[in-house]
Design a binder for this molecule. Structure first.
Ligand SMILES: NC(=O)c1ccc[n+]([C@@H]2O[C@H](COP(=O)([O-])OP(=O)(O)OC[C@H]3O[C@@H](n4cnc5c(N)ncnc54)[C@H](OP(=O)(O)O)[C@@H]3O)[C@@H](O)[C@H]2O)c1
Length: 356
């Protein structure tokens, strides 16, 4: 039995589908409500509970040989004290509880999803696993928490648990039920609601590649090590160029200078962090900072040690678009890009487990 946490999330939904298609028995840790669309109709064993509850973690790991710990409270905002507490409890304490339960139950191996926001950055070189996280570079509470998650992994490893960290960049692709901020951006673009954009760049990972990365980390990763998975660096202009191709919609004309949007984002954050930390924000100050930094990822360790082979971000965006079309979330679908009757699309849907 394989335990997957975060199965209702973007990565977890794709990983669970992949494991099921390859004939594995899967258990998912679920918080109420149980009937979330990401897991509806899937042949999985359900362990109910929250990572913040050590007993729920102990129940969830019972009888499992391996664990993929994908769950996290993902956030790009500073937030108020309550928000920070939630990020700490879900990510740091949650990982602590799960890894301690795994140790007690004799689990053979755990893969924990890490974040590019907990990797060090240097303007002169691409970031790899060896660059230390800099706590003084103004990271978000989420970035801090993901660095502390790695610390929990190393502590559990020191105590004898074979644990590997699979670090993700910004995820793109199908089975994005919530949807993720990147999924929402594609939806807004496709539905004509993106009126302006900020220049910059980031490292993106196709969810298909990230799933492969997790499987490779489980099969071949050296315990106690971390592996970075990206598919491609793209400037935002390049990203929007792919969006245009896939959706048939023109990109927004208004390109807001980074400095201006950084000031606006700081002002918006000041108000929303205090009054509504969970309110959706197109650009938080931290997100703008990352885009302007345009950090690069070096995945050569994963390629060399695990045989990781990244595929295509354009394909991941196309699959995400088709997924949203199938779910009726695109108001005027681009029939060329999303014809569900075409053989290629049917095949792709099957592979990615998209609903028909
Ligand atoms: N999205 C990205 O671009 C990105 C980038 C870098 C790293 N990552 C990392 O990749 C992993 C997957 O991210 P994602 O985008 O797939 O996440 P997501 O879509 O935001 O989903 C988060 C998942 O974690 C679960 N979760 C959160 N807190 C929990 C708790 N206290 N107890 C039990 N379950 C809890 C959520 O369950 P509910 O449905 O119950 O809320 C959900 O299934 C995370 O570890 C994240 O840090 C993501």
């Amino acid at each position: 039995m394989i335990l997957v946490t975060g199965a209702t999330g973007h990565l977890g939904a794709n990983l669970v589908r992949h494991l099921l298609v390859s004939g594995q028995a899967v258990r998912v840790l679920l918080r109420p409500p149980r009937d979330q669309p990401a897991v509806a109709g899937l042949d999985v064993d359900v362990a109910e509970g929250d990572l913040r509850d050590p007993l729920a973690c102990a129940r969830a790991v019972r009888g499992c040989r391996t664990i993929y710990h994908c769950a996290a409270k993902v956030s790009t905002v500073a937030g108020n004290a309550r928000h920070k507490r939630e990020v700490y409890e879900c990510n740091v304490l949650g990982t602590h509880h799960l890894l301690r339960a795994a140790l007690a139950a004799g689990v053979e191996r755990v893969v924990v999803t890490g974040s590019f926001s907990a990797v060090g950055h240097d303007a002169d070189q691409a970031s790899d696993e060896s660059l230390p996280f800099n706590p003084f570079e103004n990271p978000t509470p989420y970035g801090f928490s993901k660095a502390a998650v790695e610390h929990e992994c190393l502590k559990a490893f020191a105590d004898g648990l074979p644990v590997v960290v699979a670090t993700s960049c910004a995820i793109l692709g199908p089975n994005d039920f919530k949807p993720s901020p990147m999924g929402q951006l594609l939806l807004d673009y496709a539905n004509g609601r993106l009126r302006a954009y900020v220049p910059g760049g980031f490292e993106f990972v196709a969810v298909r590649d990230l799933v492969q990365g997790h499987l490779l980390a489980m099969a071949k990763g050296r315990p106690g090590q971390k592996y970075l998975f990206s598919t491609q660096f793209l400037t935002i202009d390049e990203l929007l160029g792919i969006y245009e191709e896939v959706t048939g919609q023109p990109p927004p004309r208004l390109r807001v200078p980074g400095l201006l949007i950084a000031g606006l984002a700081r002002a918006t954050d000041f108000v929303l962090d205090r009054l509504a930390p969970h309110a959706p924000r197109r650009f938080s100050a931290a997100a703008v900072r990352y885009l302007r930094m345009a950090p690069r990822a070096d995945c050569s360790k994963a390629k060399r040690e695990l045989g990781y082979q990244p595929t295509s971000i354009a394909e991941a965006i196309r699959e995400a678009y088709e997924f949203f079309c199938h779910r009726g979330q695109i108001e005027r679908p681009n029939r060329v890009a999303a014809d569900p009757s075409s053989d290629a699309d049917a095949l792709r849907s099957q592979r990615m487990g998209a609903p028909s």
